[in-house]
Ligand binder design. Sequence first.
Ligand code: SF4
Length: 241
Amino acid sequence: MNPSSTRSDKLRELKNYLLFLKDYGYTEIPQQVELQLGASKKADKKTSSSSTQNNPALLQAVQEELGDCTRCKLSEGRNKIVFGSGNPNADLVFVGEGPGKDEDEQGFPFVGRAGKKLTEIIEKGMGLNREQDTYICNIVKCRPPGNRDPEADEISACKPFLLKQLEAIKPKVIVALGKPASSTLLGRNVPITKERGTWHEFEGIKLMLTFHPSYLIRFYTVENRKAVHEDMKKVLEVLRK
Ligand code: SF4
């Protein structure tokens, strides 16, 4: 990349970030601008470093084992299994609750309205590239009818595959999006409005809890947007170490 394109990329990145901050209710530029702009570089480093295990092959094996799954009743109404997408070597994994209508049609996670919001948080808010720097998946891989929360029997049928995905990727940080994902990963009922922004641990991996992007869309307040942005700044701090 030539120096002028690097400079214009940086300026575009900075402009996007400032617009993001404005939208998220900031009236001053926080000190962490450098943190956000440096994030992508850091993630590139991990992506290019040679991993001792073959994550793509491990992940592929998990997907093959899942196959055309009928292990729970969600298989009856689904169009496509939504296994997950992104970089198998990513440091950062987002876990949502389950596919919605758009995801069920396309077979990819977070491609609808909530997906656009998540992409905005990742790319504009964190300065990362969604496909290169993160991996995204859900607690259940088939759409619950009418977008209801997944039920206990469905979660327990599908959870082993989420565990295997996380074992294959071995991220530095997991972000649980919303209450069902947080409660499933922590094995208890999580009051998300109280506990978002707090660090936990899942299978030895640092776990951050935050609001689901659909919640953010539904309750589009400056307070909620700022809260998610603050949570993601904590994640960036750990990713940079
Ligand atoms: S939700 Fe999971 S366990 Fe249930 S059918 Fe789909 S892939 Fe299988």
